[in-house]
Design a protein around this ligand. Sequence first.
Ligand SMILES: [Zn+2]
Length: 299
Amino acid sequence: MRVTAVGTSGGVPTPQYGTSCLHLNAFGDEILLDCGEGSAQRLMRYDASPDVDAVVLTHFHADHTLGIPGLLQALEMNERERPLDIHVPKGRTERARRLIEGAYGWPSYTVAVRGYDDDPVIQTDRYSVRAFETPYTEYSYGICLREADERTFLVERAQALGVDPGPEYGKLQDGQSVETDDGTVVEPDDVLSDPEPGRKIVYTGDTRPTPGVIDAASNSTLLIYNAMFADDRSERAHATGHSTAGEAGRVASESESERLWLTHISPRHEGEEDRLEAEAGESFEGTVTAVRDGDSIAL
Ligand SMILES: [Zn+2]
């Protein structure tokens, strides 16, 4: 899996940095989380094609949504034919349709606006994407991508039980029991390891650091958290429903996340990324990066 920060500026773009957008490559599926203005152009700049499979929006503020019409038009010019899913909070499907109709119109390929709440937003054999509520605005969510738990096939144990190598192995891995030559029934649990938790990527969107958010972020491989302000502006963070870098560090620490990305950084802190990282690092011992557009990590 790979995660690329496409837009990292909080609230408004700056000459250098765009507003919120993340690009995920999950086992070949390409997903955007939020789509601030100019995201299509920045995706091209950072070698992450705008020809994505799905977009998931956390809430309907302009710094997270305005890139949608431009993205749709760019894909039309690319002669896209396959459908595009745009997942939005269930209470915001009408607003999403108006955004598309008002700014560009419906392209010739199918765009499906899908409302999500607590159900999986996307579910595949390899991973799931789920949303969790955040106390920011009406209908605001964070997003969790979780890789499916893995069970290793224990060849030595299968051999000891007398299972012939070949199709029988495949059946056991698929969850079916098999019978050996001497009539012994072997169950999948006999030859599969205990489930090992898959990797977990959590993007909080805009939020205050609440127990619910910490719970949703628990044991993240990568936590991507809004750190709009440095700690000396905590009153402002509180008043606007955002968080400080220090609060980001505490959420990462309390959720026992492995790695923290700070994003949605206020233009006033541009050039102060080291300071934000240091403030987050006061309570979090894992790796902290105040990411800027184009930063990328393979997990
Ligand atoms: Zn925002």
